[in-house]
Write a protein that binds this ligand. Structure first.
Ligand code: PEP
Length: 253
């Protein structure tokens, strides 16, 4: 079975004290994980080492950065390189979150370079894609998402793609409380899997984890995660609450 993942995207939230409380609250629940399930903490940069330390020797937990830069070192004040993340044994990096695309003007070419630099440093990208509201209303979301994937991932080899996780995040559902219906998520995620099938073959497509993101919470996670092409979620707001996120973890297939 392909990996089922509950990824907590804390964004730019939480003090050190809150980070400790959140991580401890979830880890102390002592959830037992079957090998195909994984929980990922995408914490702000200052808390990565802390998160790594806390999950050490516990099954089922991984740590993600929320971004990295394309260059390995140099005069790029304020940036963090993939090599630095690798040196502290980070597992994943979120690449192409819609907030990075919209607020920080990250384009497909830049994201392709970020994917490359992650893979070159043994970090698995969690590649985000998803359409804004006007594209959904015009019913052109499939073409829009296909282009995002083609432009930033299609240069990868079969072997490289095996280390990529995709997160479909319709922008109109992020942080809005408006969730895509389970069927809307399933339709897009089946479409995405099919794009990979056409380019990389059935075996690769069957094994790639595709998460859904956009106002996932305790009350809707099970219905969404039950869909055959939804392999868990990338969770923003609800991942900042211990009981909410525990319930989301327990909703994984
Ligand atoms: C996200 O940040 O990726 C996200 C999906 O946020 P939220 O769950 O708050 O909509």
């Amino acid at each position: 079975m392909r990996k089922q993942i509950a990824a907590a995207n804390w964004k730019m939230n939480g003090t050190l004290q809150q980070a400790n409380e959140l991580l401890d609250g979830i880890i102390n629940e002592k959830i037992s994980y079957s090998p195909h399930r994984e929980v990922v903490f995408a914490v702000p940069f200052p808390y990565l080492i802390l998160a790594k330390e806390k999950i050490k020797n516990i099954n089922g937990y991984k740590v993600a950065a929320q971004n990295c830069y394309t260059k390995s070192s140099g005069a790029f004040t304020g940036e963090v390189s993939a090599a630095m993340l690798q040196s502290i044994e980070v597992d994943y990096v979120i690449i192409g979150h819609s907030e990075r695309r919209e607020i920080f003007a990250e384009n497909s070419k830049m994201l392709a370079a970020k994917v490359d630099v992650c893979l070159a440093n043994n970090l698995s990208p969690i590649f985000c894609c998803g359409e804004p509201l006007q594209i959904r209303e015009a019913e052109t979301q499939n073409e829009y998402v296909a282009t995002q994937i083609q432009e930033s991932l299609f240069h990868l080899t079969n072997d490289q793609l095996k280390n990529v996780v995709v997160a479909y995040e319709p922008i109109w559902a992020i942080g809005t409380g408006k969730t895509a219906t389970a069927q809307q998520a399933q339709d897009m995620q089946a479409f995405i899997r099919n794009i990979f099938k056409e380019k990389y073959g059935d075996e690769v497509a069957k094994n790639i984890s595709i998460l859904y993101g956009g106002s996932v919470k305790a009350t809707n996670a099970k219905e969404i995660f039950e869909m055959p092409d939804v392999d868990g979620g990338l969770v923003g707001g609800a991942s900042l609450s211990v009981p909410e996120f525990i319930s989301i973890i327990k909703s994984l297939k």
